[in-house]
Design a protein around this ligand. Structure first.
Ligand SMILES: [Zn+2]
Length: 183
């Protein structure tokens, strides 16, 4: 898999792994992880009552940036950190069944889907794949702050997200690590 598109980051040349060994380093790390695993039998609720909707971007550590640990929060990620139908489904379940009462919607600075047009992304994917990408839809964001306010409003107005849920919209700065409260 190649690096995610971001015209401000360097693009490392993707390594070509063989299917037989592609995951070896990760599985070795997993065995070490399991040997010190401490969450056995832990329930699946959000112990700090938090849900975070944020981007897939590899620069974002959703738990770390909020001082949280595994078990504390529900995390939902997609390109751009958008409120789509699956994010709403996650929040309906989270707020009714999984102890969530605070929702943070967190897009970020220098996001590929907020700094490229759909045409740009089609061109880049077309060049990378060597195939026609003109049919592919990308949910690009033209005005990040306006999109965030609309996304926050979708959560606040959803009829099946539990009453009393507090929803905030924040912009994460990938160069300082700081969150700015927008809405
Ligand atoms: Zn992003």
């Amino acid at each position: 898999m190649s690096a995610q598109p971001d015209n401000t980051e360097e693009h490392p040349v993707p390594e070509h792994h063989s299917a037989a060994t592609a995951f070896d380093d990760l599985l070795e790390a997993n065995r070490a992880f399991a040997s010190r695993f401490g969450l056995s039998g832990f329930d699946g609720v959000a112990h700090r009552g938090v849900a975070v909707i944020t981007c897939m971007d590899s620069r974002i550590d959703p738990l770390g940036m909020l001082g949280l640990s595994p078990g504390d929060a529900k995390i939902f990620r997609n390109p751009g950190g958008r409120i789509d139908s699956l994010a709403l489904e996650a929040l309906v379940l989270g707020t009714h069944l999984l102890n969530v009462d605070r929702v943070l919607v967190v897009p970020h600075t220098r996001c590929a889907v907020a700094s490229n047009s759909a045409a740009d992304l089609r061109t880049q994917v077309g060049a990378s794949s060597g195939k026609d990408a003109s049919w592919m839809s990308f949910h690009v964001i033209e005005d990040q702050e306006r999109a965030l306010r609309e996304d926050v409003a979708k959560v606040r107005s959803h009829p099946l997200i539990a009453e009393g849920t507090v929803v905030g919209g924040f912009l994460y700065d990938v160069d300082t690590g700081l969150l700015q409260h927008i809405d």
